[in-house]
Structures are given as structure tokens and as C-alpha cells.
Design a protein around this ligand. Structure first.
Ligand SMILES: [Zn+2]
Length: 263
């Protein structure tokens, strides 16, 4: 939890990064505690495609916007498909996925330098990453599941921040939120073979797990970030499935967590 802290509001819980606060951006990683969703996915669900009542999901967005100081009408959501595609979000995208249908498809990373436009990515075990370059005032939200990690989407996001917004990787701060941890991300041989050996941990039972946290951290340092500018929450969504939504722990009866960030 080093570098992060819990933010409680009327029974709801968010996880925030101290470094991102210092950069002067508004942000939060949501948990399932509190929220309007009920039934099997009780809590604070941000996914519209998981069988939840849309009115409850909209209410969760409204509540999170109020709690974190974000502009509800301007939320930008993408249709995530485990790609390494990054979209530069402009003012004309404001509200996509919330006040109108989002045409941002096949996209797993969002970047903007526009103020008052909160970027959102969802996850339920995948690795959520928030990035800020405070000098150029550029932010990014990245969904890095194991497929996205293999494609190094975090590096693609940093490169796009540099190319399109003149950001300096050495000035970027990164916060890596809760996801499936090295304790629980058990994979078969085929999947393990997609990762460099140093991130694959053999287990007693002959299977192995992969450390997506360290892998994404190293992808970010490779992309030019300073190690000390990267914070890893280190909480496992499967081990703490009462606190977080987890696809591995709850199978299809699970909601989606959100990572949100706004200039
Ligand atoms: Zn675990």
C-alpha cells in the first residue's frame, strides 16, 4: 500500500495515489465497497455489460464523479478488447459512453491533455494503470490484462504521450492499481511461454504463475520512466475478492472496477 491511501466517503472506498495527488490531477481506483449495484454483483459496478441494472451503473458513475471531483457529463469510456490500441481523447469525445454511445472501440488506453475530461478504464483482475506527466499536463488510463501486458500496452501509452503531446517519459508518474497478483495468476504452459522467464514463477504443483505487477513496472521503466516514479499497490483482486471485483474469483457473476483520472 506504500504510495497509496484509502479514501472513504459515505461507506464507499476508493484507493488513491499520493504521487498522482501531488501532480495535481483528480483520480481514483474504485473498489466494490458501497455503490448502488445489488444482487450477485452488489457494490460499485462500472460495467454496462455485466447484467447490472443500467440505472444503478449510471448512479455509480454519478456518485464516483461527486466523490472524486470529476465532471460526470464528460466521462470518456472505450470498448476494451485486450488490444494495445491507444486513443488520444479530444473535447469532441466528452461524454462518450455516458451521455451518448461511445464509438471508441477496440481501445484499451486513453490519453488526453484536455482539462475536465475524466478518462475511465475498467477491470476485474486485469491491471489498471494511471499515468501523468505533470509538466506537459498529459494523463493516461491504461487497461493492461495479460494480453495487453504481452503487447506492452503501457509502453505504447508512454510512447504516444511523448509523440502526440511532447511528454517526457522521465517526468511521468505511474500508479498501478489492484489486479490479479503473482499469488493467483496461474497459467498454462502456452500462456507462460509468452512472458520473459524472469516473470514466471514455478509452483509446487507443477503449474506456474506470472507476476503482472513487476512485468508492467519493468515495461514502464523500459519506456523511460524512473523507477521511483512508479507506485504498485500490490493488492490482489482474487485474494481480496470481497473488496474488489474478480473474474477469477466470481466467474461471470462479477462487476467491473474502474480507474478514473482527470486534469
Ligand atoms: Zn492473490
Amino acid at each position: 500500500m506504500a504510495g497509496f491511501y484509502e479514501f472513504h466517503k459515505n461507506g464507499r472506498l476508493y484507493i488513491k495515489s499520493e504521487a498522482l495527488d501531488k501532480c495535481g490531477v483528480r483520480h481514483g481506483f474504485t473498489t466494490r465497497q458501497g455503490g448502488a449495484s445489488h444482487g450477485k454483483i452488489e457494490g460499485m459496478n462500472f460495467g454496462f455489460r455485466v447484467g447490472d441494472d443500467p440505472d444503478d451503473v449510471y448512479e455509480n458513475y454519478r456518485t464516483a464523479a461527486a466523490d472524486l471531483g470529476l465532471c460526470y457529463e464528460n466521462f470518456v469510456l472505450a470498448r476494451q478488447t485486450h488490444t494495445d490500441n491507444i486513443r488520444c481523447v479530444t473535447r469532441s469525445d466528452a461524454g462518450k459512453g455516458i451521455t451518448r454511445e461511445s464509438d471508441i472501440t477496440d481501445t484499451d488506453g486513453l490519453i488526453t491533455d484536455e482539462p475536465d475530461i475524466p478518462l475511465v478504464i475498467f477491470s476485474a483482475d486485469c491491471v489498471p494503470i494511471l499515468l501523468v506527466e505533470p509538466k506537459k499536463r498529459v494523463i493516461a488510463a491504461v487497461h493492461s490484462g495479460w494480453r495487453g501486458s504481452v503487447k506492452k500496452i503501457a509502453r505504447a501509452a508512454v510512447q504516444k504521450m511523448e509523440e502526440c503531446y511532447n511528454a517526457d517519459a522521465r517526468e511521468i508518474y505511474a500508479a498501478i492499481g489492484a489486479s490479479i497478483g503473482p499469488c493467483c495468476f496461474e497459467v498454462g504452459e502456452d500462456t507462460a511461454a509468452l512472458f520473459p522467464e524472469e516473470y514466471v514463477i514455478p509452483k509446487q504443483n507443477g503449474k506456474c504463475t506470472v507476476d503482472l505487477w513487476r512485468f508492467n513496472r519493468d515495461i514502464l521503466t523500459e519506456a523511460g520512466l524512473r523507477g521511483e516514479n512508479i507506485s504498485v499497490l500490490g493488492e490482489c483482486t482474487v485474494c481480496q475478492s470481497d473488496r474488489y471485483y474478480s473474474y477469477r474469483a466470481h466467474r461471470e457473476h462479477t462487476g467491473r472496477l474502474a480507474a478514473m483520472i482527470q486534469i
